[in-house]
Design a protein around this ligand. Sequence first.
Ligand code: HEM
Length: 450
Amino acid sequence: MTEVTGAPRRVGAGLVRALRADPLEEMSRLVREHGDLVRFRAAGRHIVLAAHPDAVQQVLQSRHTRYSKRTPPIHRLRSVLGEGLVTSEGDHWRSQRRTIQPAFKFSEIRALTPTIEEIVEAELAPWHRRDVAEPRDIAGEMRRLAFRVVGITLLGADLADLVDDARGALELLQDQANSRLYRVTAPPSWIPTRPNRGFRRALVELGHVVDRVIDRLHAQPEHERTAFSSLIESMPAAQFRDELVTLLLAGHENTGNALAWMLDLVSRNPEVERSARSEVDGSLDGRPLTSGLLAELPYTRQVVLEALRIYPPSWLLLRRAEHPDRIGEHEVARGTLVMVSPYLTHRHEQFWPDPEAFDPGRFTAERMPEHRCAFIPFGAGPRKCIGDQFALIEMQVVLCSVLRHFRLRPEGPPPRPRAAVSLLPDGGLWMTPVLRARAAHERVRGSGAS
Ligand code: HEM
């Protein structure tokens, strides 16, 4: 292993406040000033911030057995997701992962391409209907779209009528989880503080939505069953419920945000938009998408990857050292909290020169960094995202569908990323999709007038 650079330092306790106020900025400052492995104490806890891909690889992959996900945010999330795939550990997690994995078989996910395209086209229909192009909050729309995609493709059930109720409850729950992300000493959940009462209410609401989904799955005819929904027959009811909520949440929140960031980046980089559109027009020539056709669109795939590099929705992966370890020169005591941040690793200048520039060309075979953990939007090792291929296909389909019909006009300055449970565009993400026919018309009129 190459030596991880940067001496470990202790940094003041006020750091927790700074991390809570603006984690991305504060973590970036730490790495800038102290190197890509920083050690500090906060609220009586040892914390290590590991930004170098070598350290990432060790914690998530090569020595993953020394680390667990038993961390405060995961503990809190457990009251929403129970013992689902994201929150469980050990033998239980292993057996669940083995049971659910077949639902994510690559060949099956690829075969969903035309279905995903149909859903995307249906969700984009209101964009066509407007007589006058107007700004829209793409972030909200993309999370909604991603929710429907998960419902139809993984569960075989259209949850369009439940999207608003489910998202309302999930948003409340996430707000609560966000406010506790760095709060090591928050009041326990049984104390009826206002946030705790709000949390309970949202949990009850989510419970109602999940009951309705489960009723629907019980009534599902055999031929509509999917690899996942048929598990309702064989898995204990409480366990199926936990996995269902996990997939609904994990399957749409990150993807929705990733889609919104990607469209924003494309809208602000006209060169990239032009190149991607000319690939889509040239290769698809109006044909519906299939997995085979997606493979013929390498540039749009690079756009997807580059968007995930700049704005990785899972910006923070936390682990707890269950056994003492050594990262490079440095001892990691048992109980240490290790922060792995895709956001930081994706900006490591040794692997990503000029890291803030949106440059999909980085993902050509010649320019991609060789280090397997320099690009970790889906994590790495055994706990790597189960839906990574699913998300990549969905993102490429959305990009192609949008570019086929629309030009994207950004509204206002680029939104700031807010480091919530998922990386959110602060204040939503506004842009105006202009139908291409209309955009061409406006251009002709504009040149006539000048
Ligand atoms: C752009 C979209 C997505 C991103 C950026 C993303 C990111 C991640 C990351 C980083 C992890 C690992 C967390 C850790 O190691 O602590 C993860 C785990 C997971 N993701 Fe995703 N994800 C995305 C989409 C999806 C989709 C579409 C699904 C399912 C339909 C999904 C389901 C899961 C599950 C179940 C886990 C837990 C896996 C385990 O621990 O065995 N994700 N995701």
